[in-house]
Ligand binder design. Structure first.
Ligand SMILES: [Zn+2]
Length: 121
């Protein structure tokens, strides 16, 4: 096997990998979550994900605070059917949501809308 053949193999596998990841993402987006408010199920791709951020205090002497991102559990999701917002930490589907976001994709990739909310503390 020569280098040119190997390069072609790698390119082919890269393409297959990208295509498989694209399909995996589409399947994950179709997973349903039930709302704890109205009880209706909706696909991940129609829920909104609310990423919470806050200004992190300055610890070092070289200054400059920065924007910190809350972990998934401390963020919220909003039901597309009734508009109820629920924090993921107390959501009945918490484990399902957390598992989805370890499958190579971010909330931005899977959810219908991605919002960033600045928290004051
Ligand atoms: Zn609802």
């Amino acid at each position: 096997m020569n280098l040119a053949t190997l390069k072609r193999d790698i390119e082919r596998l890269d393409k297959q990998h990208k295509e498989a990841m694209r399909r995996k993402k589409e399947l994950l987006k179709q997973r349903a979550i039930a709302c704890s408010g109205c009880g209706k199920k909706s696909r991940i791709s129609s829920w909104s994900f609310i990423q919470v951020t806050w200004a992190a205090p300055v610890f070092s002497c070289n200054g400059g605070g920065h924007l910190a991102y809350a972990v998934t559990e401390d963020c919220s999701i909003r039901c597309p059917k009734c508009g109820k917002e629920s924090d993921i930490f107390h959501h009945p589907a918490k484990e399902k949501i957390l598992a989805l976001l370890t499958e190579d994709f971010t909330a931005e990739d899977l959810f219908g809308k991605y919002e960033v909310r600045h928290s004051s503390y």
